[in-house]
Design a protein around this ligand. Structure first.
Ligand SMILES: NC(=O)CC(=O)C(=O)O
Length: 270
């Protein structure tokens, strides 16, 4: 199988967890009606992206209600589902975790955000995930009929070595549930997705929450799909919506043949 229909769900996240879950279910249903085979939710889709909320909204995986619901939705609609991310409770620790389901509703991967978002930009964004979250320690890929897919969460994309690793491990597509903000989004969002796509000659997908100017963390939005040539195939604006795009994964081989930098790497030197 080479063509894959993807849906990125740009949700308006609220403080009401049940409303967020209902919205996710509605968006997944809409994506399925549009023929999506792989559906992606945004980072922290069941919870405000605010370090003061993570503990209260956290759930164990796989026993928590969000994981249960996503498994049922994947099975009901018969699709691969990347469950954005949620605050995961594991023993005493909290993680920013993404869970992936196959069309039978089984968990086939779990990625814990490896690089925590600890930044302080003067007159801009300040955020310190490490005050409450612990980092994951592994790169993540999962198998599908379209081949291996890499999985990262938001700030992970800024570390080119991680995308290079999953590409070297066979990913031709990398999925990134994310939530950039109004300081970094306008300058870095598209640039980072296009750079990782071009560096590795892979497809890159970014699923963001919609923008809510009233929330403590204002997400940039602009969920997007970038092809291995570094072109933005499609992108939303800041409003809630679904980005439905069909991609042809043979484009990875075509681009690698036309511009063979993937083969020309000199790992004996670097
Ligand atoms: N929210 C993040 O993890 C990352 C982000 O907003 C940025 O890198 O900018």
């Amino acid at each position: 199988m080479t063509t894959l229909k993807i849906a990125l769900c740009q949700m308006l996240i609220t403080a009401d967890k049940q409303a967020n879950l209902k919205q996710a279910a509605g968006k997944i249903q809409e994506a399925a009606s549009g023929g999506a085979q792989l559906v992606v939710l945004p980072e922290m889709f069941n919870c405000p992206y605010d370090i003061h909320c993570f503990q209260d909204y956290a759930e164990e995986i796989p026993s928590g209600e969000t994981t249960n619901l996503l498994g049922k939705l994947a099975r009901t609609h018969g699709l691969f589902l990347v469950g954005g991310s949620i605050p995961e409770l594991s023993g005493e620790l909290l993680y920013n975790t993404s869970v992936v389901f196959n069309p039978q509703g089984e968990i086939i991967a779990r990625h814990r955000k490896v690089h925590l978002f600890d930044v302080r930009v003067k007159n801009g964004i300040e955020f310190t995930e490490s005050l409450v979250l612990s980092p994951g320690n592994t790169a993540t890929l999962f198998d599908t009929p379209w081949g291996k897919i890499g999985l990262e969460i938001c700030y992970d994309i800024r570390f080119p070595e991680l995308t290079r690793k999953v590409a070297k491990d066979g990913a031709r597509l990398v999925v990134v549930p994310a939530a950039f903000n109004l300081t970094t989004g306008p300058l870095h969002w598209e640039l980072l997705f296009r750079s990782r796509a071009l560096d590795n000659q892979v497809f890159m997908l970014g699923a963001s929450p919609a923008r809510d100017p009233q929330s403590s963390y204002v997400a940039y939005g602009h969920s997007l799909v970038v092809n291995p040539w570094g072109q933005v195939l499609s992108q939303l604006d800041e409003k809630p919506g679904i980005l439905l795009v069909e991609i042809d994964l043979t484009q990875v081989e075509e681009v690698r043949e036309a511009l063979p930098v993937w083969k020309q790497r000199r790992e004996d030197i670097y």
